[in-house]
Ligand binder design. Structure first.
Ligand SMILES: C[S@@+](CC[C@H](N)C(=O)[O-])C[C@H]1O[C@@H](n2cnc3c(N)ncnc32)[C@H](O)[C@@H]1O
Length: 271
C-alpha cells in the first residue's frame, strides 16, 4: 500500500520537466548543504525519490547511499544527473515500518486502543553509520497522504495523528542512531503549503530570498496555529541535535502549489 502509493505518486508527473522547474531551488538547497565540508564524507540521503531537489555533484568526493521506498525513481534520478548507478549504494525501505503489517487491511476495525500496538513496530531498514545524513522533505509524506486518500472523515483521520507523530519519532531515532558523534544531520521539511496564486503564496514567492521575512512569516503562523507534521520532524530532531545553520526556502512545487521549506544543519550531540 505505502510502496504502491509512493511509486504511483513519483511516476504521476513528468520528472524531467520538474527537474528543470526546480533548478534554482535545487541549486539553493545544494549550496546550503555545502556550508559544511563534504570532502570524503559518507552520506545517507533519505527520501531521495526522483532526485530533483538535490545536486549529486556536490557529493563527488563522498560515499553516497540513497534511501527511498521507490528505488526505481532514484535510479532514474541518478541517470538524469549524468551519473552511473554503480557510483551509489541504494536502499529500498519503508520508513513508516507499517507497509508489511496488517495496518491497512484492518483499517475498518481501527480504534485508538488498537493503534497502540502499531506504535511498537520498528522500522526494518538496515543502515550503516554515516558522517552526514540528509533528510529531504518526507515527514508530511509518512502515512498521512495515504490515509487522506481513503476519504476518512476529519474525526476519522484525527485518531491516526498520534501514530503519525510516533512514526516521525521512530524515523528520527533510527537516523540519529546511524550517525557518528558530532556528525551532521541536515533536515529539510515542508512546513507550510499554499496555493501559488493565493496572497500568502505570492508573498512567500516575492520574498523567497529574504530569510528574515520568511522566518517572521513562519513564526507568526506557529504562534497562531501551532506545529504541523512538517515542523514537528524538525522540532523533535532539535531536542537531540544542536542547530549550526538554519534557513528557509520557497519550493515552487508545481503550477498550483508553493511550499515553505525549513532547512537546518544540525550536529548530533555526543552521547
Ligand atoms: C516529497 S518527496 C521528496 C522529493 C524528492 N527528493 C524528489 O526530488 O522527488 C518524498 C519522498 O519520500 C519517499 N517516501 C514517502 N514515504 C516513504 C516511506 N514510508 N519510506 C521511504 N520513503 C518514503 C517518496 O517515495 C518520495 O520519493
Amino acid at each position: 500500500m505505502i510502496d504502491t502509493h509512493n511509486k504511483t505518486l513519483n511516476a504521476s508527473y513528468d520528472a524531467d520537466e520538474r527537474y528543470k522547474m526546480w533548478e534554482q531551488y535545487r541549486n539553493d538547497i545544494s549550496q546550503f548543504i555545502t556550508k559544511v565540508s563534504l570532502i570524503g564524507k559518507s552520506v545517507l540521503i533519505v527520501g531521495a525519490g526522483n532526485l530533483n531537489d538535490i545536486e549529486l555533484k556536490i557529493f563527488e568526493s563522498c560515499q553516497v547511499t540513497l534511501l527511498d521506498i521507490d528505488v526505481e525513481s532514484v535510479e532514474r534520478g541518478i541517470l538524469r544527473q549524468g551519473f552511473s548507478l554503480d557510483e551509489f549504494t541504494l536502499i529500498e525501505g519503508d520508513l513508516t515500518g507499517l507497509n508489511h503489517t496488517v495496518f491497512f487491511e484492518k483499517l475498518d476495525e481501527t480504534t485508538t486502543e488498537s493503534l497502540e500496538a502499531f506504535k511498537e513496530v520498528e522500522i526494518d531498514i538496515h543502515l550503516e553509520t554515516y558522517d552526514m545524513i540528509v533528510v529531504l522533505p518526507i515527514y508530511t509524506q509518512l502515512l498521512l497522504p495515504q490515509l487522506v486518500k481513503l476519504n476518512l472523515t476529519y474525526e476519522g483521520l484525527n485518531i491516526y495523528l498520534p501514530l503519525i507523530q510516533n512514526r516521525i519519532e521512530k524515523v528520527n531515532t533510527l537516523l540519529r542512531n546511524h550517525i557518528i558523534d558530532n556528525g551532521y544531520m541536515v533536515v529539510l521539511s515542508d512546513v507550510l503549503e499554499y496555493n501559488a496564486r493565493s496572497e500568502e503564496g505570492q508573498y512567500l514567492n516575492a520574498n523567497r530570498y529574504q530569510n528574515i521575512i520568511l522566518e517572521e512569516f513562519y513564526n507568526s503562523y506557529l504562534d497562531n496555529f501551532g506545529h504541523g507534521l512538517g515542523s514537528y520532524g524538525i522540532y523533535e530532531m532539535n531536542h537531540y541535535c544542536r542547530t549550526v545553520f538554519k534557513d528557509f526556502f520557497v519550493w515552487p512545487f508545481d503550477q498550483k502549489r508553493i511550499m515553505l521549506i525549513e532547512a537546518q544543519i544540525m550536529k548530533k550531540n555526543s552521547d
